[in-house]
Design a protein around this ligand. Structure first.
Ligand SMILES: [Cu+2]
Length: 262
């Protein structure tokens, strides 16, 4: 009897110790798991799709399917840069019309979406760099009206944090100016005036949700969802505009064709 009591008292302490020890080294793998999302059509483009991501440490196997996107200008495939967005102070969700259309031009542009989905933390490029530095390299962006993207990539620490905390959102950019209001179609990017608004506006968006390993809902929800303006997050978006502008002849030619069509 005495022995049994002693064992029972010891057991919880041992269990706690093991939990604490297991917790520390597991930090690096905090985002491990499977995530998915069904895309929302952000700017009424008629596009649809989804994303599936399996994470082990900093490695992610990513699949993105998209259809109904802007297809071409003249004969050039429309580039659709795509990213994981995340920020601790963002809502961790997708922006919606008309709530997040701050300037009332009928579309949500990339900056207007920032309070919802946060900054770029990882780029779903077709080859090479997957960091935010590759965010606007249209030479490694999927293109055309529909695509299936599948690649094993390296996640940034910020992307892993975002996944682990339920803040990670996938955004596919690039909308057809022909579908916009005249005001929006003729508008320049609020990031780089030389660019049309459509080149950087979000087309598809989905907040990633972890798929429960054991069939039970984890109950993880996005942190407090408020849209308190665009403060603090524009630096990354300015880089987005600048990168598109600098991305060799492609973006420039695209802009010229857009202008020619308007
Ligand atoms: Cu993005």
């Amino acid at each position: 009897m005495k022995m049994l009591k002693k064992t029972m008292l010891l057991a919880p302490a041992v269990a706690l110790g093991l939990t604490a020890m297991a917790g520390a080294p597991a930090m690096a793998d905090q985002a491990d798991g499977s995530y998915s999302t069904t895309f929302q059509d952000i700017n009424n483009t008629g596009a649809s799709g989804g994303a599936w991501i399996d994470v082990t440490g900093s490695e992610a196997h990513v699949t993105v399917e998209a259809a109904g996107l802007a297809e071409t200008f003249n004969d050039a495939p429309f580039p659709h840069v795509q990213h994981i967005h995340s920020a601790a102070d963002a809502a961790g969700e997708c922006p919606t019309l008309p709530t997040n259309d701050d300037n009332g031009d009928g579309i949500i542009d990339t900056v207007e979406g920032l309070p919802s989905y946060g900054e770029i933390v990882t780029t779903f490029s077709t080859s090479g760099d997957t960091s935010p530095a590759a965010a606007t390299d249209i030479t490694v962006a999927p293109s055309g009206s529909s695509f299936t993207y599948e690649r094993s990539i390296e996640l940034s620490a910020a992307a892993q944090d975002g996944l682990a905390t339920g803040q990670a959102v996938v955004v596919v950019h690039g909308i057809d100016p022909a579908g916009l209001s005249e005001e929006a179609a003729s508008a320049k990017s609020n990031l780089v005036p030389e660019l049309p608004l459509a080149a950087t506006a979000p087309a598809l968006c989905g907040a990633l949700e972890m798929q429960p390993a054991g069939g039970a809902d984890t109950g993880v929800t996005a942190a407090a969802a408020t849209n308190g303006g665009n403060g603090g997050s524009e630096v990354g978006m300015i880089a987005l505009g600048g990168g598109l502008l600098a991305a060799a002849g492609g973006a420039y030619a695209l802009r010229r064709r857009m202008n020619a069509n308007s």
